[in-house]
Design a binder for this molecule. Sequence first.
Ligand SMILES: Cc1cc2nc3c(=O)[nH]c(=O)nc-3n(C[C@H](O)[C@H](O)[C@H](O)COP(=O)(O)OP(=O)(O)OC[C@H]3O[C@@H](n4cnc5c(N)ncnc54)[C@H](O)[C@@H]3O)c2cc1C
Length: 431
Amino acid sequence: MKLPEERALTVIKHRIVVVGGGFGGIQTVHGLKGSSADITLIDRRNHHLFQPLLYQVATTLLATSEIAWPIRRLYRDRKDVTTILDEVVGVDTEAKLVRLQSGRAIPYDTLVLATGARHAYFGRDEWEKLAPGLKTLEDATTLRRRILLAFERAELSEKTADRDALLTFAIIGAGPTGVEMAGTIAELAQKVLPPEFRSIDTTATKVILIEAGPRVLAAFSEDLSAYAKSALEKLGVEVRTGKPVTAITEEGVTVGETFVPCRTVIWAAGVQASPVAQWIRAEADRAGRTIVGPDLSAAHDPNIFVIGDTASVKQDDGKPVPGIAPAAKQQGAYVAKVIKARLAAKPAPAPFRYFHQGSLATIGKRAAVIDFGRIKLKGGLAWWIWGLAHIYFLIGTRSRLAVAWSWLWIYLSGQHSARLITQKETLKDEA
Ligand SMILES: Cc1cc2nc3c(=O)[nH]c(=O)nc-3n(C[C@H](O)[C@H](O)[C@H](O)COP(=O)(O)OP(=O)(O)OC[C@H]3O[C@@H](n4cnc5c(N)ncnc54)[C@H](O)[C@@H]3O)c2cc1C
């Protein structure tokens, strides 16, 4: 038993709760190493996900375990980090408690909210079932199932109109994800599947990329955008720009006034931030992102930080910091520095500044575009740089080797090895 004076000397550690084990949250925990605080990381999933390669799971190039890692495993050697698998449903800012779906409440002294965003359907939530988006591993395996089942059902279909609709894939939104999905589905249909089907000609597959704006990859320079469009067209993708989708049904999509019969529609358009602003009663922008101060803390509570896709931060030129992985990582690293400085009673670091490293997107397995600002690259060399950059950013040697090997195999053999229909497995269930 401790003597009273020993008890008085017991140091109560500062409690930092980080919600979200995505790019921002993981980087925060990484940066807090050596801070002497007690860190609790909460996520509703047990894995950290490398979202930039999610489309490769959806299009049968990679397996789920190649792009996701158990969060608990990442911190097995960090005794200062406790991992909780649960969903946050609210924050009591007065009592300084994070409320969980399970009913538990986790106390904090400092809170970092890094819960990301999901796709938004511009007020047409009924479209979600018909045109699923891509954000989680479940989304990716659902899309993979739908894509593969469309070919299977076309093979059995006796009516030409049905077969044609089954062999038409519409992708809505021509940002990097839409472009990457369209290019890879086209390659699957043109190069991988033809020898395996007997009744259908998979090279007759139509992949339509629909963009309401004037061009694909709007965040890239105009010449790279034009290159991406022509590279997609070479792969057989039909690019339709300048008209929005006005309706989606089980029979197809309507683009402007034109109806396109198709059975597989994929959503790669808007995003909506997680409800952090509601939890902490803070001001949000139009996409629901919490507006934070120059040190990324909430305007009304310096002990709460909001980072990544769920935060609204302005750059020096007034433009918002983009919702991409490097931005979330930079914010996570910055917030860790701010917290460490506070704990050590040191002066606060200068306000957060985002450094844009560049924009990258691939078109199929042999071309990519890279926009580093002054340096712009396209074609085969860009594809190799894109591949190396993504391998570098994966976690751990095993994943890097596994992905590098999978890509090399696909590059040399033309085969996609992750072509599994999982979850609901029968054609009947899906119909
Ligand atoms: C398909 C796709 C492709 C992309 N491609 C690229 C790319 O090529 N390059 C690039 O830079 N960026 C890309 N991005 C964007 C990039 O992935 C995000 O900007 C980045 O993940 C944001 O990091 P974050 O930490 O804010 O959120 P996330 O990485 O999304 O992490 C949020 C975490 O919070 C957890 N969470 C959410 N709500 C709760 C809750 N209520 N309770 C508990 N946990 C919760 C989630 O499970 C998740 O683990 C892509 C995104 C997608 C979806």
